[in-house]
Unconditional design. Sequence first.
Lengths: 551, 237
Amino acid sequence: MTIEELDQIAEATRAEYAKYDHEINVCMGTGCLSQHSDQLKDALAKAVTAQGKNTFVRRTGCMGLCAAGPLVLVDPEETLYQQCKAGHADAIVSSLGGEPVAELQCDLREHFEQQVHVVLENSGHIDPEKIDDYIARDGYRALVNVLTEMTPNEVIQQITESGLRGRGGGGYPTGLKWGTVAKAGGDLKYVICNGDEGDPGAFMDRSVLESDPQRVVEGMAIAAYAVGASKGYVYVRAEYPLAVSRLANCLRDARRRGLLGNNICNTPFNFDVEIRLGAGAFVCGEETALIASIEGKRGQPKPRPPYPAVSGLWGKPTLINNVETFANIAPIIRKGGKWFASMGSERSKGTKVFALTGKITNTGLVEVPMGMKLRDIIEGIGGGVPDGHTFKAVQTGGPSGGCLPAELLDIGVSYDALVKVGAMMGSGGMIVMDDTSCMVNVARFFIEFCMTESCGKCIPCRAGTAQMHGILTRICAGHGTMADLDVLVDLCATVKETSLCGLGMTAPNPVLSTLKYFENEYIDHIVHKRCPAGVCNIQAPATASPLEVLA
Amino acid sequence: MSPSVDVKTLTIDGQEVSARAGQTILEVAREHNIDIPTLCHLDGLSDVGACRLCVVEIKGNNKLFPACVTTVFEGMEVTTVTERLQKHRKTILELLFAERNHICSVCVSNGHCELQTLGQQQGVTHVSLPYRNPALPVDASHERFTLDHNRCILCTRCVRVCAEIEGAHIWDVMGRGIDSMIISDLNQPWGESACTRCGKCVQVCPTGALFDKSKVGSDHPKYPDFLPYLNLMREAQ
């Protein structure tokens, strides 16, 4: 494969689509599929044939606005329709070339205009199961360019210059990680893509794998060339069947096109990728546990160092990056590290995909430049809290993150700013809560999650989270005491500081952040025996006698 | 000492010590009679860094490091006893005592239990956390030994000694988090497993979770010291 051959494929694909007057893109991500967008697509195709329109109906990945699904985008007019059912197909097709169907039209300019799509640039525009669609939008140019024009060091330098940091949550500088693996000795190295997205309310990686899997594979291949690896693994959760099947399909196509395999682009570079399915353990998102799982062992973390960059999969130097990190690689190589570094904030460059969920109008996937204020994301792009309720807190970073109150909505999202206020970027889940959410109960929920997902290897995480869960359950039931809060804080410190891996080290964050910003709710539960949000079922205390009231 | 040995100089609790590159803080500390409490560590077995009792402070870093798996570097300044460390160690021990049913007075290991000894050393006079009192089984299906899950602290010494030294690997861990359990084979009764009846797991068990049926009451000391000797003799061969 050469750049010329890529151009030919791209030209041919574009010419093929140019034959049509219109293109109807139907979202077939998991969210819209659950609303039968597959039937909608069939109905649209049938209507096009019946009405004799010169129109192409395309299956695409996620368009982002999951709350309004199933979504249909008509090109070239860029008319977006929301909540389409198979019954609307005739109306949509007959409106082509004329006035759009008013009652289905989705007019959310403020939602889309404030976003910057880098990772999601192809999502909703290409068929995720057609490699030529990806190539037609500059796909694989970066890989071919890297293999034919650049040295591994130049690649790493571009990534370092871009300031890209790991998108899985930790925020470790990607260029630095690649450099370490590249320097590690040995002729056998591995590249692993971490797609074990387990945070409640997070679906960024799933959407990227479902909507644009080729981009992840291209990023992995570039990484493999840069660090000198010849074998890659994508570790995906088995709970993501659509992502897995689209990824498998994408790997097959890439091999057929000679973009994976031996002597890629007639260079000595060999690289192939295998899929490994996770069995549903949250802790397997931790890199050493993930490696153990790929090796077929019990998914338990190991003490680091040695870091996987030195001794990882089967003891070989291994590069592990998140799905979203790999998805950023191709655009960085195509447009240069400086372009990427021009977006974002001081120490967090580029864009970040967030999954907006919870009590928010525009539930779905958004991609914004780093440094954007939380308020702009939640109230602007997200459309704020629906049904006249008031905003109470936003939970970022899943079970490792923290709950931030309304006063902190004006901080910009970046790795360091969020850690400073006791939350965490995490992989990008953003759960919005309104006045119907009880913060004590929220803390209890997240600790319960960590308790059941703890691997059980180290004592603080295994037994500490269980004790914390017991205390929070007691407080929620109205049986807590003020002394419980002190015990809770002490336990948080021990679990946070002595746990073996990231799961335990961050597990107390939801408790600590709710204690810090919503202590009054804890006191309401303990002292006044009431739950301000009306979530917890607290039995009313037996009526006190007048003497007790006086006392 | 051959001239090619890479020597590192460091301080542990203010005491200047020298060590070979690649040694762990724990090894060096014990060579110099500096006591760091451990539970999952055992000389002769691989280290897993699971009990977190051996965490120490290293100057210049706010994180805590498990001494059993952290290797020394030149100029390292280690502190093994601070108020913060002692508080964490006490909390970890309390978590263990409250996790399962550790009732010393009726335990076969009363008087020679590593958990009990550590509790005394670290000043755990009482357990402030609520006892979880889980209902756990006792596996007495083996003709010579008994596994009492109530006393198990999941240190995985038995798992490691069976896999690494005996080479049978009949022990492993099942379940997750607080529900983790030691199992023999694929969760079959111990007596029906492929156990070689060597008894090494019983000797290395720090508590009364694994014990010999032929002993009565608390007359049950354990002798895990055979391990380093066994390893030494194997290496010599």
